[in-house]
Design a protein around this ligand. Structure first.
Ligand SMILES: Nc1nc2c(ncn2[C@@H]2O[C@H](COP(=O)(O)OP(=O)(O)OP(=O)(O)O)[C@@H](O)[C@H]2O)c(=O)[nH]1
Ligand SMILES: [Mg+2]
Length: 315
């Protein structure tokens, strides 16, 4: 299945999906009259794009050059193009500026950090990269076990690269010491990437957030330029309410990018437009559209916009 088909399948999974709302709005008539505009505005707001973004999009749509006679497909395409243009600032793939490139992964409880690390490690190993994963979520013993299942699976899935895990030296060990040990191992073994899994923490718990800079300082003892990426994982089912999380985490550790998970089956996928409308938005380096290994991939605005408005990906 192509990545675009996966995104489309994911975005249309829930009954109350965005695509359906837009399809119904456009289905009223193949013309851009008040009733269509109103229905489209409703669908966009329901998708959690935010009111100002929905209004701005429709203002642009009214100004857009549309074919005469207008078809539903042309209207969808025009809307998709406008959405893609607004999402473009978010599109930026992850770079690997150092060897090893150190990537810290943070987020609230259950956002999808561990799963995403498993998927990333597997994908990079399949490309021949050697990946070391730090089990720096030392909060719960089960967290290390969960990560080990993913890294074993990732390592077994390819002969090209490798995935190994660095667990805490002893129960309840400091997360900074695990990150330090993982970077040391990666340097000794000339690994390409270090992925650091951290414990979930609420964005309003300043005490827990303050552990993250501590972790960074431990890494910087080994490599002054680490971490090269600090990624916040956002659960798309929470829609726009993830925006304050970005601000709170960013205050404690400068974030360099976002990963948006659970875009499958959420009715709020439009919140990415609200994210893009923020001043200096952070790039979305990957999106998750399901629970299997292949359900994580790059954020491609035009593919995402096409899937969002329900343009048939088979075409
Ligand atoms: N449907 C769907 N589920 C996902 C996706 N990504 C993660 N999940 C699920 O979300 C749940 C939580 O994922 P974890 O990776 O354990 O989340 P976490 O952030 O590591 O959680 P804590 O370590 O407890 O803070 C799991 O059941 C995952 O399978 C996704 O893209 N789509
Ligand atoms: Mg976890």
């Amino acid at each position: 299945m192509s990545w675009l088909s996966r995104i489309t399948a994911g975005l249309t999974k829930s009954a109350a999906n965005v695509t359906e709302g837009i399809k119904q709005a456009i289905g009223i008539a193949a013309k851009l009259d008040d009733a269509t505009l109103e229905a489209l505005e409703e669908a966009l707001i329901a998708a959690d794009t935010s009111l100002p973004v929905a209004q701005a999009l429709l203002k642009d749509l009214k100004k857009a050059k549309l074919p005469d006679p207008l078809t539903q497909e042309a209207l969808k395409q025009a809307l998709a193009d406008l959405i893609a243009a607004r999402l473009q600032p978010l599109a930026q793939p992850l770079s690997f500026p150092a060897s090893p490139t150190v990537i810290l992964v943070a987020g609230v409880n259950g956002a999808g950090k561990t799963t995403t690390i498993g998927k990333l490690a597997a994908q990079w190993a399949a490309q021949g990269k050697h990946v070391v994963v730090a089990a720096a979520d030392t909060f719960r013993a089960a967290a290390v076990a969960q990560l080990k299942v993913w890294t074993d699976r990732a390592d077994a899935s390819t002969k090209k690269g490798s995935v190994s895990i660095v667990p805490p030296a002893k129960e309840g060990a400091d997360s900074a010491s695990v990150a330090y040990a993982a970077l040391e191992k990666a340097q000794n073994e000339h690994a390409d990437i270090v992925l650091i899994d951290t414990a979930g923490r609420l964005a309003n718990r300043a005490d827990l957030l303050a552990e993250l800079p501590k972790l960074n300082r431990a890494l910087q003892k080994q490599d002054a330029t680490a971490p090269h990426h600090t990624l916040l994982v956002l659960d798309a089912t929470l829609g726009q309410s993830t925006l304050p999380q970005v601000a709170e985490f960013h205050k404690q550790i400068p974030l360099t990018g976002l990963i948006v998970t659970k875009l499958d089956g959420t009715a709020k996928a439009g919140f990415l437009l609200a994210l893009a409308a923020q001043p200096n938005p952070l790039p979305v380096v990957a999106i998750g559209v399901g629970e299997s290994l292949d359900d994580l991939g790059p954020f491609e605005p035009s593919a995402f916009a096409a899937a969002l408005v329900g343009i048939d990906s088979a075409k």
